[in-house]
Design a protein around this ligand. Sequence first.
Ligand code: PHE
Length: 462
Amino acid sequence: MISHKGQPLLQPETDSGEPGPPREVWGSKLGFVLAAVGSAVGLGNMWRFPYIAADSGGAAFVVLYILLLLFIGLPVLLAELAIGRSTRLSPIGALRASGGKRWAPLGMLFVATGFLILAYYSVIAGWTVRYAIDALVTGFPADPGARFGEIASGGGAVFFHLLFVGITALIVMGGVKKGIERAAVILMPTLILILLGIAIWAATLDGCREGYAFYLRPSVDDLLNPSILARAAGQAFFSLSLGMGAMLTYASYLSRREDINGEACVIAGADFGIAFVAGLAIFPIIAALSLFGDVGESTIGALFIALPTAFEAMGGVGRAVGILFLVALVVGALTSAISLLEVVTSSVMDELKASRRKAALLTGGAIALIGILPALSLGALDIMDHLAGDVFLVFGALLLALFVGWRMKGATDELSVGSRPIFVRLLPLWRFLLRFVIPPVLLIVFFTSVMAALKALGIMAD
Ligand code: PHE
């Protein structure tokens, strides 16, 4: 690997003769792709996407989302993969190695973002685990709205949050191949089969047409509202796990033979496909029982109130389908949480030269502690989601695009390694998008999400 000055780029310490194991690598190409799809597919796909789409323009939103994915999400994903694979380091070291000391703080922002997102993401995942166990043992609650109020915060929420972080840490402790990859290879196909199965079953329900209409009725007018663009772009980043180094870290375990451009297309395609299918599964079920009123003001309404009400009303079949749906949600959340923790853990391993076990225990423990706050207060959860899930992610992605577009040397070469000719021909377009198109778009999105966060904090009036 030769840098622009003809000097070899910094190699990870463990590869350069210092004590310690060599850097771990994925067992197979499929393992990497499934782990990356696992990171991307999570609560954001099955919870946020269908709701936002139905609420913000239906089919018109879907078209806008696909465009954003192609011209904004995919290029930033490629930027992360290029940095990760070329440096073979976790975010802080990777940015230091490819951009010099001044860029290391961006890596630190990534780590802080991953840390904060996991702290509240695991609280929501904890609710899901609890719903699944409840559904298995006693069935869906008669009054899901009241039940949600009971379990959303308090001792139970803390317990299930701790349980979820604990399981995540155990898998991360297992390592790249034996922990993360193995989990993804088992869990992702399970999730895809369950979701497709439910979507097909939902198509047989009376009222499915109204469900599709509610989800996809195109409303081009909605798209004229600039906040919808910001919402769509923010969702694309969250959903693809971009802007906090998850994809960068996973790419740092790649050997250099593969065509990462092709892999990026598969990851982005699967992420969108699963989000889209989740909507096809959810809305006919809600429509079959005319529960659109319960979808209410928030995404939480759709997931934790309207759906359980529908499953309960459908008797035995509803219960079985409901449990399967919750299993898919938990699986998606888990493989995403693993990638969030891996960013933090691998950074502690690289920066502090800690063993994987120690690093995972330390970072998992700290996240478990901080997560107690959102588990006790929905207000805190909301603020953390606005700050880390929107503002930090978009800011991180903006700086990353500027870095790879303007500062990093050799990024285009890195993406050409092992690549198909068609992708090599598209690389100048990629560079152009990173330099001139993505930064202004992200600046607008950043501005919008800062305003939304200030409103959520109560600093600004609506
Ligand atoms: N992409 C995940 C989802 O859609 C969430 C996530 C964000 C995971 C950032 C890792 C990093 O739920």
